[in-house]
Design a protein around this ligand. Structure first.
Ligand code: CMX
Length: 307
């Protein structure tokens, strides 16, 4: 199924446009990336159903520089995500289009892309893109006894994630670029710490960032305390205070990143943790954290991968 992946907007003054987006939509940019082959700097903002890609020329020869000179700031292109970019490329060539690229090439955001000339598409510059395959490992479980689902490239730093009801799936999607994810679905509190230890040993994970959300946070904290030598940092999303969790928080030695959202009742109380948790960073994101997944991911990467 084809969907609108992003809207490209040519900008002269990126900070001014970013400030405007914050005022209009309450969104912040979550990453910026220079695409050398296109001579552009891209700045991404995520709305619920589509991304905005601000495009800044980095050289006078850039297509964006030419566009800005001729038309000024504004809508530059629409990018549609397809499942098979090579097949789409061939299909459109057979339909009589002359793509601007001899074949799909690497673009921003880890995607393969190609463009059609606006002269062939009633004045709209159209990009087709396909997300890179991040190496999803379709393994049922690393252990027959304990359900744990690995995703991503095993060469990447490990992210040990506790979730229930697929809450963390949007985050996993983003995280697969940088982490090897060990997803441990939670069904009951029992033996979590023990099972988690088994998985860490079976998979020979020497260092992992542990991520949990909502009601799985207390169990995750117990694992972090029990496995202090293997868990190098903890991320709690929408953490809710519980009696047990306070005990583990006081014993926690690793850096902690707490990500909440502003409508959450507990969020203002997170700051009280600074008085007794060793190294805690707190981020309160606008609205529901699932809508802020890319932003949450960039905080996790900055804190634990120093990216
Ligand atoms: N949207 C609509 N029309 C556009 C356009 C755009 N983004 N860019 C150019 N045009 C129109 C021009 O207005 C002009 O129309 P007229 O002849 O009616 O005046 C016509 O296309 C030709 O424009 P040009 O200035 O002579 O530019 P070129 O033909 O040299 O280049 C294009 C146009 C589309 C081939 C070039 O911009 C290109 O290769 N774009 C694809 C790559 C790109 O845009 N990269 C930046 C984004 C990278 C990313 O997202 O990663």
């Amino acid at each position: 199924m084809i969907h609108l992946e992003h809207i490209g907007i040519a900008v002269q003054d990126a900070p001014a446009v970013q400030a405007l987006m914050q005022t209009l939509f309450n969104v912040l940019s979550y990453k910026s990336e220079t695409v050398t082959s296109e001579s552009v700097e891209t700045i991404f903002l995520a709305l619920e159903n589509v991304k905005l890609e601000l495009l800044k020329a980095t050289a006078d020869t850039s297509a964006v520089a030419k566009f800005l000179e001729k038309k000024g700031e504004g809508l530059h292109h629409l990018a549609f995500e397809v499942q098979d970019i090579d097949a789409t490329f061939e299909r459109l060539k057979a339909a009589g289009f002359t793509p601007l690229n001899p074949e799909p090439k690497h673009g921003a955001d880890g995607k393969r892309i190609f463009f059609l000339h606006p002269k062939q598409t009633h004045g709209i510059l159209i990009e087709f893109c396909q997300s890179r395959d991040f190496g999803f490992v379709d393994a049922p479980s690393v252990s027959e006894e304990i359900a744990c689902f690995p995703m991503g490239n095993p060469q990447n730093p490990a992210m040990f994630a506790f979730q229930n009801e697929q809450d963390l799936y949007p985050l996993y999607y983003e995280a697969q670029r940088d982490f090897y994810i060990l997803d441990m679905p939670i069904h009951s509190d029992e033996d979590w710490a023990q099972n988690a230890s088994k998985i860490l040993e079976q998979e020979d994970i020497k260092e992992a960032v542990l991520v949990a959300q909502g009601e799985t946070c207390t169990a995750a904290l117990s694992v972090a305390v029990a496995q202090a030598e293997r868990i190098k940092g903890v991320v709690l999303l929408n953490f809710c205070f519980e009696k047990e969790s306070t005990k583990y928080l006081a014993a926690l030695q690793q850096p902690l990143l707490l990500i909440g959202h502003e409508n959450q009742l507990e969020a203002p109380h997170y700051f009280a943790l600074k008085s007794f948790v060793n190294q805690v960073h707190i981020a309160i994101l606008p609205d529901d954290w699932q809508q802020c997944t890319p932003l949450a991911m960039s905080l996790i990467k900055r804190r634990f991968l120093h990216k």
